[in-house]
Design a protein around this ligand. Structure first.
Ligand code: ASP
Length: 320
């Protein structure tokens, strides 16, 4: 075989291999081992519920919605749903989004008095031609679709707000004081990825503020060919770097979920020196079930569930 022919054959074999890899990456018929990964240790409550959906062969989207609803309904969680700390005027305002394996997404921002914003976000995705609904419009849409108004301000959250008002004189803190947003991403038995995210956001924020959690590409992104990512921490930063979309693009370029999370945090570190002391946290899940997690500072934890077992893991972090 002459050199030219050898090179042609090698290139053809390489091309065939890369097409095969690509086909493998987008195969929707394999039975794969499901995985769920969730920000923080509230995953110990939410993941088993999502896991049951996956174990029964259900969609990753259904698993994520079911899991996130557990935390939204938990009054002891002060960053999500009922019990979430209010804005500086004493109103609990919630943000949530979902994204499925087809790239569909839905989101509600600044919604009040509705217990399950994640389910409203899903309905926005499924029943409207839009992605975002905000404030009173989001609430109206929820009520029209059978949701009920509920008081979400618990005594604990109200007392924390009154104390804050007294101490801080109505001036929002420069660094988000309360993190626990639930971001959940899952891989189902068909090999499809989806995610959901829900939060009451930055405690005692300026009225009207919403962060990254409901913003597709910032707080959550799903690229069903390569991976999915979600975030928690100082939302303004995730928005400034389109953090979860960035992570999915890194995975598309061949980085592992771990490398992708590290590089997103590094991007913040390099570009925004003012945020080097803030909690900025990402988790990611690859199409092949590998996961990654990384944060700017110490203290971030995430929960991973595989084969029905849930474990809380301390994330590695950049600023040591
Ligand atoms: N990322 C959320 C936000 O900025 C807050 C958090 O995760 O604690 O609204």
């Amino acid at each position: 075989m002459n050199r030219r022919k050898f090179i042609q054959q090698t290139l053809a074999a390489g091309a065939a291999l890369s097409v095969a890899n690509k086909l493998k990456a987008v195969s929707y018929t394999d039975t794969v081992n499901p995985v769920i990964i969730t920000t923080w240790n509230s995953g110990l409550k939410s993941n088993p519920v999502g896991w049951q959906v996956l174990a029964d062969g259900g969609r990753a989207l259904d698993a994520c919605e079911a899991g996130v609803k557990i935390v939204e309904a938990d009054p002891t969680d002060t960053s999500v749903g009922i019990g979430g700390f209010p804005d500086r005027d004493g109103h609990v305002t919630l943000d949530a989004c979902v994204m499925d394996e087809f790239g569909n997404c839905g989101s509600v921002v600044f919604i009040e008095d509705i217990l399950h914003p994640v389910s409203v976000a899903r309905l926005v995705m499924e029943k409207t031609p839009h992605v975002f609904l905000a404030g009173s419009g989001a609430q109206q849409f929820a009520l029209e679709n059978g949701f009920k108004k509920e008081n979400l301000l618990t005594d604990n959250a109200r007392n924390a707000w009154l104390k804050w008002k007294e101490e801080k004189n109505y001036i929002p803190s420069e660094h988000a004081p309360n993190h626990d947003t639930i971001g959940m991403i899952a891989l189902d038995k068909k090999g499809n990825l989806s995610g959901a995210c829900s939060t009451s956001g930055w405690a005692f924020k300026v009225r009207g503020r919403f962060g990254d959690s409901p913003v597709i590409g910032a707080g959550l992104f799903v690229d069903n060919e390569y991976g999915a990512a979600t975030a928690t921490g100082l939302g303004e930063v995730m928005i400034k770097i389109c953090g979860t979309h960035l992570i999915c693009e890194f995975m598309r370029m061949g980085q592992s979920p771990q490398q992708a999370c590290q590089n997103a945090v590094k991007r913040v570190y390099d570009k925004f020196p003012n945020y080097r002391k803030d909690q900025i946290c990402f988790i990611a899940l690859g199409k092949d079930g590998r996961h990654g997690a990384y944060s700017m500072t110490k203290g971030f934890q995430y929960t991973i569930t595989k084969e029905g077992e849930s474990v809380v893991i301390d994330s590695d972090y950049l600023v040591k």
